[in-house]
Ligand binder design. Structure first.
Ligand SMILES: [Mg+2]
Length: 263
């Protein structure tokens, strides 16, 4: 691939592992990436597990990862907030997810005013009218307050059936306040830009490797990165017939070193 990317972003599920099974050759590829000293992050939309848990999972698969190398919507939120004048955040997040934002100035859990940032994650069955309305009151009382969405997934398949994810709640708030949320999660441009800034590189210097042709490859390309699609995880042959044209298609992440070597 020419020019060779200066940095790499790896999607996790479907690229490095399938649920609890590592993908053949992933550990060897990452060992090669480290030997080549190519800066890289592991990029996922997961907000139900703290980054540390994902880091431990990678280590179990023989892939050492440093703190801060697992790039989640929460990590992006922390970085994004750190680049802005200090303000208080209101967190609508599960308890486990709050650990990744520990130390940030936050408003009390029952506050209805005083937030500069309102962060909406996956609260599942903890959502009710009072809680959603409190998010609305925080945003309404401060017209300058920013609404931050941790990803824009509409629904997911829960053990007891199809269930609302983050996006419908964010959409309700956008409708009520008449302004749009910033989304920190794939496929949002801001999410990729903040990841590039984390590596100290420009978006065009990065290659995103993913199994989701829209969220990983399409999202990356729209933000100015290149995107490589792997034929593992959720890949389907039809993915190559849509509007998104990957910059490269490889059988699996095991082929990455030969893709990047000079030819
Ligand atoms: Mg994936």
């Amino acid at each position: 691939m020419s020019p060779r990317p200066a940095g790499l972003l790896f999607d996790l599920d479907g690229v490095i592992y399938n649920a609890d099974e590592p993908i053949d050759g992933a550990a060897e590829t990452l060992a090669w990436v480290r030997r080549q000293a190519i800066p890289h992050l592991f990029v996922t939309n997961t907000t139900s597990k703290p980054a540390l848990e994902l880091q431990r999972k990678l280590e179990r698969f023989g892939i050492p990862a440093e703190a801060g190398q697992v790039w989640t919507p929460l990590a992006a939120t922390r970085q994004w907030l750190s680049e802005r004048p200090e303000g208080k955040a209101a967190l609508f997040l599960r308890e486990a997810a709050r650990a990744d934002l520990a130390g940030l100035p936050v408003v009390d859990d029952d506050a209805e005013t005083g937030a500069d940032f309102v962060v909406i994650g996956d609260l599942g069955s903890a959502w009710d009218f009072a809680r959603l309305n409190r998010a609305f009151r925080l945003l309404h009382s401060n017209p300058e307050a920013t609404l931050i969405a941790l990803g824009r997934t509409r629904y997911w398949r829960a053990p007891d059936g199809i269930s609302l994810d983050v996006a419908p709640f964010v959409a309700a708030l956008e409708c009520a306040i008449g302004r749009e949320a910033i989304t920190l999660g794939k496929p949002s441009r801001t999410f990729f830009e903040v990841a590039a800034a984390r590596l100290g590189l420009a978006p065009h210097e990065l290659l995103m490797i993913g199994d989701d042709v829209l969220a990983d490859v399409g999202g990356a390309q729209a933000a100015g990165l290149r995107g490589a699609l792997v034929r593992t995880g959720k890949f389907r042959p039809e993915d190559l017939e849509g509007a998104v044209r990957p910059d490269a298609v490889i059988d699996s992440v095991a082929e990455l070193p030969s893709l990047l070597r000079e030819r």
